[in-house]
Write a protein that binds this ligand. Structure first.
Ligand code: SAM
Length: 216
């Protein structure tokens, strides 16, 4: 159950100094969140691409979270001054996003190869849903981007249609997708993406921007 891990009561209570000991004193906030980060490959790629941006991975599995923690610590030790901007928390992102991020705080959210939950009755457990998109729209700044990718065609269609129907999201244009260096990482940077690529699998991505609009 969730009672095994601590959750900040509010975003202001998040312990920046333990996650980002070298940069926590300049009152920067987390701007990228990798939801269901798995083994952390995306965070590690993004860390050097955006060295001035704080990022967090959110992962439900305890052992996987511990692995990512160790991996980041080892990178910090082996590369002094680098990888200080990434960290990971064990949490259930479907419940606790509002505990971690204030309104409009995030610039990017990632949902890479999420669990498919094939059965109709399990669709409510999918990390992209009309209800959860309200929460993500709240946490994202206007202009912020939500990146999704999967190798499961049905899930890809589901994520895209949820985003397409939501009034606070609009798709990036083909040109914008081409110009965004992060898009190229979606299928290559994570462990799951690499596995799919090795097996020659197809992927389905949906990348949408948080547009202007009220959330009450
Ligand atoms: N994004 C990674 C990648 O592309 O390699 C991992 C993909 S893996 C198929 C899905 C991950 O989401 C798993 O590590 C799982 O533990 C995590 N996950 C599932 N539900 C979650 C939740 N509610 N909150 C946080 N993480 C979750």
């Amino acid at each position: 159950s969730d009672s095994h891990f601590p959750v900040p009561v509010a975003p202001s209570q998040f312990d920046y100094s333990s996650h980002y000991p070298q940069i926590s004193n300049d009152s920067k906030k987390i701007e990228f969140a990798d939801i269901g980060c798995g083994f952390g490959g995306l965070l590690i790629s993004l860390s050097t691409l955006f060295p001035a941006t704080l990022m967090i991975g959110m992962e439900l599995r305890d052992k996987v979270t511990e692995y990512v923690k160790e991996r980041i610590l080892a990178l910090r030790t082996g590369n002094p001054g680098q990888y200080q901007n990434i960290s990971v928390v064990r949490t259930n992102s479907m419940k606790y996003i509002p505990n971690y991020f204030e309104k409009g705080q995030l610039k990017k959210m990632f949902f890479l190869f999420p669990d498919p939950h094939f059965k109709e009755k399990n669709h409510r457990r999918r990390v992209i849903s009309p209800y959860l998109l309200d929460e993500y729209a709240y946490a994202l700044a206007v202009g912020g981007i939500i990146y999704t990718i999967t190798d499961v065609e049905e899930l890809g269609e589901w994520m895209k249609s949820c985003l397409e129907r939501h009034p606070l999201f609009e798709p990036l244009t083909v040109q914008e997708l081409e110009d965004d260096p992060v898009v190229k990482l979606l299928s290559t940077a994570t462990e799951e993406g690499q596995k799919v690529a090795r097996n020659g699998g197809q992927t389905y991505q949906a990348v949408y921007r948080r547009r202007t609009g009220p959330i009450e």
